[in-house]
Write a protein that binds this ligand. Structure first.
Ligand code: PLP
Length: 379
């Protein structure tokens, strides 16, 4: 195990603490922040917000992008735009960050947990389809859960660590069952499935720019869609639903104050300029890790799935079992090399313990074995 610590120290050329993922500010961040401060437009309107939205939409190939305060807010609004209401149910995967399930809960809806695939770490289209066939029927163009009589309104797969899940197959299933596809693409900026950017398969997609993501605005998120009506509604809902007027304050519904401040957008525009460089650095890191771990029979370095191009946001290995995972985590963390286990399954958390779920063998298998390695960009 010391060989692993030594190798990672060599990768990062330091004897100090090595974090899991730290941001890098090596471009125009300070320049744009100064411009933003000098303009006095530091808050909810300003040129950087518009510039970011345009550049982001262009990069991922969606028609519209609406910047918001964080990825959780992006998911929340996306689900509201998918018409998720109280008592509705939303399909998702148990292997995800809590934000996915929190956003579903903010709408008053309940998650249903569908197993993941071992090769993508994301939602399994097979498990999804078999759940729907066994438990649901279509009535009036809506998917009804026969057990609860509730509407299954949306499906939220997540691209784990930046590895795209089988999103085209999931898209087809959702279409057939009249379920709105909302992608949690929080971790997958720069990841493509069959040459199409993640987040653009669903009716709506949500990204995060939290401090630990591939690029950051301190805190931030964005909603993407090709639907002009939804994009307008997203902007309206996230800006307190204020009607445009030179001086009157009139609001036509209960909206949210979810707009990304211009200061954060200034930082983000500078970060976007470095995205290609960050992606290249991560890919190089992947090759070095993969070559190194090839010598261990009992440690599998996790590669991108077939037909996918991953951003390799977080590098990961799969260990033999829970004991080996524990030993690995203890040794590396004790030696100041930060490693972290994959999330505890959402279906095992108290708040979601009574939610419906499929057989979750794959998610349970991964929970016991997957560990993230230091993944910061090296520049
Ligand atoms: C980071 C993340 C989010 C959003 O997180 P915020 O901190 O609210 O920006 C949502 N889903 C997943 C899977 C994430 O990793």
């Amino acid at each position: 195990m010391q060989a692993i610590v030594d190798f990672i120290r060599e990768l990062y050329k330091t004897q100090e603490f090595i974090p899991l993922h730290e941001p890098k500010f090596i471009g125009n961040e300070k320049k744009y922040l100064n411009e933003c401060i000098d303009s006095t437009f530091v808050s909810s309107v300003g040129v950087f917000v518009n510039r970011f939205e345009e550049e982001f939409a262009k990069y991922i190939g969606s028609k519209y992008a609406v910047a918001v305060v964080n990825g959780t807010a992006a998911l929340h609004i996306s689900l509201l735009l998918a018409d998720v209401q109280e008592e509705d149910e939303v399909l998702t995967q148990p292997l995800t960050f809590i934000a996915t399930c929190n956003a579903i809960s903010y709408c008053g809806a309940k998650p249903i947990f569908v197993d993941v695939d071992l090769d993508t770490l994301g939602m399994s289209p097979k498990s999804l389809e078999s759940f729907l066939e066994k438990n649901c029927e279509i009535q009036n163009h809506q998917c009804i859960n026969k057990a609860t009589k509730n509407i299954i309104r949306a499906c939220v797969p997540m691209h784990t660590f930046g590895h795209p899940c089988k999103i085209d197959a999931i898209q087809k299933i959702c279409e057939k069952w009249h379920i709105v596809l909302v992608e949690d693409a929080a971790e997958s900026l720069g990841s493509f499935y069959k040459d199409k950017h993640t987040g653009t398969f669903g009716k709506l997609g949500a990204f995060s720019f939290n401090g630990n993501k591939i690029i950051t605005s301190g805190g931030g998120g964005v909603i993407v869609t090709d639907d002009e009506h939804l994009a307008k509604k997203a902007k309206h809902l996230t800006t307190t639903a204020k009607l445009p007027h030179p001086y009157e304050y009139t609001h036509d519904m209960i909206g949210y104050n979810y707009r990304m401040p211009n200061l954060n957008a200034a930082l983000l525009v500078a970060q976007m300029e470095k995205l290609e460089q960050f992606l290249a650095s991560k890919r190089k890191l992947t090759e070095e890790y993969a070559n190194f771990f090839a010598q261990f029979d009992d440690i599998e370095f996790i590669r991108e799935p077939k037909e996918a191009h991953s951003n390799y946001w977080l590098q990961a290995v799969m260990l033999q079992n829970n004991e080996e995972r524990e030993a690995f985590l203890q040794y590396l963390n004790k030696h100041n090399v930060m490693t972290r286990p994959i999330w505890r399954l959402m279906s095992e958390l108290e708040m979601f313990a009574d939610c419906q779920k499929t057989d979750l063998s794959n998610a349970e298998y991964l929970q016991e074995r997957v560990v993230n390695l230091p993944s910061s960009v090296r520049v």
